[in-house]
Ligand binder design. Sequence first.
Ligand code: UDP
Ligand code: MG
Length: 316
Amino acid sequence: MDISVIVPLYNEEESLPELESWIARVMKENSFSYEIIFVNDGSTDNSWKVITSLQEKNPNVKGVCFRRNYGKSPALNVGFERAQGDVVITMDADLQDSPDEIPELYRMIKKEGYDLVSGWKQKRYDPLSKTIPTKLFNATARKVSGIPNLHDFNCGLKAYHHDVVKNIEVYGEMHRYIPYLAKNAGFARIGEKVVHHQARKYGKTKFGLNRFVNGYLDLLSLWFVSKFGGKPMHIFGFLGTIMFLIGMIAAIVVGTSKLWAMYHGDAYRLVTDSPYFYIALTMMILGSQFFLAGFIGELISRNAEGRNNYQIREEI
Ligand code: UDP
Ligand code: MG
């Protein structure tokens, strides 16, 4: 099979028939063999009914229906597990992404050898309250992820080599960072294509402004996991040791100055009078806490299920 199109959707009944016929037309014009996997993420409208009726007309349509709303990332993940095509394309259900981009995305993966091609909505049709924070978000994501050539991490329209989707796990709200997940899994050839974007025709957006707060936190944890996930002691143990050492030096200063004072007959000077006493106290406590956090982290990562999973490109 040439192409799998994965469409996560949540209450998008109006757009689905139009989207399906548009994709089918593009596929037919280019004579691709394909499947469209609609992942119904617990819609409360008639989306699932629409999907079943589309399936009756077009056997290339497949559907997965969640019992409740889990989010876009879990929907994509399930789609990735099911996908059979050589090239996998994800697309939003709201008709903001154009299926006309499919042939070129397919060509870039197949002929130009990209692992992942991300869409770039260079000219966007979204409200200003969304486009401005998005610019900031993308600049941060570029820096942290070390993928300097992407302008639009969160674009719903992306194309993947089959191997990529089988080797990444999109959980929580990590759909914003799939290129970063792919990079961490060892897929380095990440490209970009300017795509057409349209205003939402039906329904309304499913993500509010809290996307930027959550997105930022997700980016932090991804960065942390990718950097120290396999070796937590390297960060916590290091910080803990440094703090403990500072604390110890401060304790020695406090102790010797007390002895010194006593020796000179000033027995009433309390150790708590010295600022070094408080430095010693906090640093030693914090230091041992950090060290312990690192140690527990090591124990956890040593027991993690995927600890010995490595990405192997080829074997001969
Ligand atoms: N979506 C989903 N589950 C959710 C929220 C959204 O499957 O919990 C789907 C939604 O139906 C759409 C896509 O994810 O197909 C992108 O959502 P939306 O268009 O609301 O996001 P925006 O374009 O505003 O970023
Ligand atoms: Mg949208």
